[in-house]
Design a protein around this ligand. Structure first.
Ligand code: BGC
Length: 407
């Protein structure tokens, strides 16, 4: 792709949240163990393992030109060094179907899940981890490299660090029950330590292995398919100082800087924004009682996107790819308003000179929202929990119109 490449308008999903029966994944095990902190198990999810053609058709049907999905490491490498040709073919078929429909396949190599065997070997704390991830990435590149246009190595690797400041649906500072759940997973796996990065404390040694994994995966992919654009995606709220900059500076040093420094050679920086984070010198400042809320109880604040995009570009010098932005909303009208306002703030950032290569809404489907189970509706399309039938919501039509107006 070149500088004239069309802006990418799309929607995103992640394997574990939509495929169903991802039984070799670390997080699947966490859902099952005694004392699990998951509201319910992922089970069949959206059955996208079987219904992926419908998912791609939904994207094309909205007039979008990008679909972000992830390749599940635990399906591709169910045992160390044993690669499943059928699974690689499966993901290659999704990428090819996208291309045939004029949709750019944006592939995430790691969206929170890893194989169960990887977690039981210490996850990212293990010094072998970067080489293991590189080996996996090379296999995916060989199978999919011809078709894939964009690669995200890791999804929100800064989340455990951000979690020290603020509760998110998948990571929270209180860690209630998390350590016990991980200990139980270690016990049933017969290992000393069951380590899952997104539920970790973001230990330094694991962080440095993970960043090395990013560099190695990028090199491995580029050596097979040099045309692909590669980056990683970060959780980037609109961080606002309340009365004093010290809190913001401390937050950025801890939860952003190591990652922003690591993307210096990348083709883009992936930005994922769900709202703002207001910080005084030593504490998070909650939103006003009267503020409008989303279904997850977070403040409704769509204009965060423009500020986050400007900041990520200023901090890295890289073009920005909005790889996720959205909200949990049982009231679809709130999603319609959100989309218009978020895209307006993105328009302003672009007009102000921030280079942005695309926008992907989270999510295409109502799906498995990690520890909150199926209680949150992030989708443009609803999914019947028994028949798996997909029904586009009114917001899907609104999004299609907003995109058409910007073409
Ligand atoms: C994650 C998604 C998640 C979404 C909504 C993002 O942090 O990448 O997997 O579903 O937020 O919580």
């Amino acid at each position: 792709m070149n500088a004239q490449a069309p802006f990418l308008w799309g929607a995103a999903t992640a394997g574990h949240q939509v495929e169903g029966n991802n039984v070799n994944a670390d997080i699947w095990l966490l859902e099952q163990v005694r004392g699990t902190t998951f509201k319910e198990p992922s089970g069949d999810a959206c059955d996208s393992l079987n219904r992926w053609e419908e998912d791609v058709a939904l994207i094309a049907g909205m007039g979008l030109n990008a679909y972000r999905f992830s390749t599940e490491w635990s399906r591709i490498e169910p045992a160390p060094g044993r690669f499943s040709r059928a699974s690689l073919n499966h993901y290659a078929a999704i990428a090819q179907r996208c291309r045939a429909q004029g949709v750019a396949p944006v592939v995430t190599l790691s969206h929170f899940t890893s194989p169960r065997w990887f977690a039981a070997q210490g996850g990212w704390e293990n010094s072998e981890a970067p080489a293991l991830f590189e080996r996996f990435a090379a296999q995916v590149a060989q199978a999919l490299g011809d078709s894939v246009t964009h690669v995200v190595t890791f999804n929100e690797p800064n989340l455990p660090l951000m979690g020290r400041w603020t509760a998110t649906p998948i990571s929270d500072p209180v860690r209630d029950g998390l350590d016990a759940m991980l200990a139980e997973a270690a016990r049933v796996s017969g290992s000393d330590r069951f380590s899952v990065w997104v539920y970790s404390r973001g230990e330094d040694v694991a962080l440095s292995h993970l960043l090395e994994g990013h560099h190695r995966a990028r090199r491995a992919w580029k050596s097979v398919a040099p045309q692909a654009r590669i980056g990683l995606s970060l959780a980037v709220p609109d961080v606002q100082a309340v009365s004093d900059d010290r809190g913001v500076e401390a937050y950025r040093r801890f939860a952003e800087t190591p990652f922003f420094e690591a993307v210096g050679e990348d083709d883009f920086v992936g930005v994922q924004t769900y709202g703002r984070l207001r910080l005084a010198a030593d504490r998070v400042v909650g939103s006003d009682e009267a503020a409008e809320r989303t279904q997850s109880g977070d403040e409704y604040y769509p204009q965060a996107l423009g500020a986050a995009v400007r900041h990520a570009h200023a901090a890295t010098g890289r073009p920005v790819f909005v790889t996720e932005n959205g909200l949990a909303a049982s009231d679809d009208d709130q999603r319609r308003r959100y989309l218009s306002a978020a895209l307006r703030s993105l328009d302003e950032a672009r007009r102000g000179g921030t280079p942005v290569i695309g926008y992907l809404h989270w999510s295409l489907l109502d799906n498995f929202e990690w520890r909150r189970g199926y209680s949150q509706q992030f989708g443009l399309v609803s999914v019947d929990r028994r028949t798996f039938r997909r029904t586009p919501k009114a917001s899907a039509g609104v999004y299609a119109d907003l995109v058409a107006a910007r073409r």
